[in-house]
Design a protein around this ligand. Sequence first.
Ligand code: URA
Length: 434
Amino acid sequence: MRTVDIIARKRDGHALSPEEIGFIIRGYTAGDVADYQMAALTMAIYLRGMTNEETIALTEAMLRSGEVLDLSDLGRPRVDKHSTGGVGDKTSLVIAPVVAAAGVLVPMISGRALAHSGGTLDKLESIPGFRTDLSLVEFRATLKKVGAALIGQTAEIAPADKKLYALRDVTATVACRPLMAASIMSKKMAEGASGLVLDVKTGSGAFLKKEEDARELATIMISIARGMDKECVVLITDMNQPLGRAVGNSLELIEAFETLKGRGPDDFNSLCRELAAEMFVLGRAAIDPDGERALYDEMIRSGAALEKMRQIIAAQEGDARVLDDYDLLPRASQTHTVSASQAGYVQAIDTEAIGHASMLLGAGRARLDTAIDLGVGLIVEAKIGDKIEQGQPLVTLHFNEEDRVEDAAIDIRNAYTIGEQKVAPPQLIKAVMR
Ligand code: URA
């Protein structure tokens, strides 16, 4: 088999065989298939698509690129959640400690920022010293000790996704159903969870803008999970405006910490509650049938979730004092307010443009080797349905480099639709698929 022939076959719209897919993924992981060849192939897949059979073969090849953990000896249900990506989506940072505090094990393999969306790993690495590159021995030990461990793909586990994820980020090949399904499910099936809750986003800030596309992605991911004997629930959720108010690594971490202290924004806290409730069901953690949401609230109210976050940070060698002193986090040196040019109601927000503005300030990557600025980002001051006056703040930019502000401010102004008609905020949960 030759890589170039496989690229040409996909370019010309043919379905690839499991052998061809396995050959490419093995070669790419080993370094025999070059980045530029993989970039060409992923663009061909983006343009031509893949059948369900190809998607399943790709997931399996990526899963087998590294180790597949068996954590059944830990003796308790192990439940994780994953989001398809959005703007201001920081739910993992709340859910992992909440669910672990209730006694369910949470083995979590997350990703970095992807295109205009943020990534859990980058957010966690805003904490001085925090290690997301634990070895599998350390991952298992941390899980056993504190009940949760949050790592990235490594050379040991999901290595094909580690490389492919970074490549897709900078080659405009993220928003592609088969590539998303294989990326998500290969790492989630490798981490040893017994159950999985998926948050599939749809709307202007999601990779899949249309709800029907989100549902199709959900369907294939559920069938992959079922084929591997894992329980799986999908929530289709709204991404037509940023979740909560903070966008950018340190800023999102602070909003997550505030949520653990019971002071989070309502929309963000509600979504965390719904996702955690599904994880409690899979983890058999609630005491009575309607008790899952109450359990979430209790973990927050009692301080148990905050204490669990302290333990997780310390176990992964981070400085847990950040929970009490946000000045220990990287912070931007300056702020700039983008204000409304007219009065009215916020009717719509182009959420991808908000994510781009944060990237422009330095929160995301433009190339494989771009270093990101963990302190920059933005705070959303006006959300859909809000009544605003002319000159009222829409967004506060947090930045370090002055020359990036003007373009980001233009993105923000263009992102807002303001009109006379009042509109209701979007409904957060659009569907639950089991
Ligand atoms: N999250 C992932 O892990 N992979 C994707 O492709 C998109 C979101």
